[in-house]
Write a protein of this length. Structure first.
Length: 91
């Protein structure tokens, strides 16, 4: 296993996480409503993409679990990617 080298700032964050100093704000529903609000008022453009049947099934299943239409999940993922909040591992 590769040992990771952290700078002091990163090590402080890791130590605080491992010592249970981080706690959830438990405002997931509020954040979800906030993100949906952003999507609701943006001008939309229709696109067509091909997805595997399995991926589409999983998107719909996860949407049901979270009370969201699967299209909104796709919109949120695309938005987070274009806003550099998530990154793809293309290796």
């Amino acid at each position: 296993m590769t040992k990771l080298n952290f700078d002091s700032f990163e090590q402080d964050i890791l130590d605080s996480l491992e010592n249970d100093k981080w706690h959830s704000k438990n405002n997931i529903q509020e954040r979800l409503v906030e993100l949906q609000g952003f999507l609701k008022y943006e001008k939309k453009k229709t696109v067509s993409i091909r997805l595997s049947e399995n991926d589409l099934y999983e998107l719909k299943r996860k949407g049901l679990e979270n009370g969201l239409p699967y299209q909104n999940i796709i919109q949120m993922l695309v938005h987070q990617y274009t806003a550099n909040k998530i990154h793809l591992d293309v290796s």
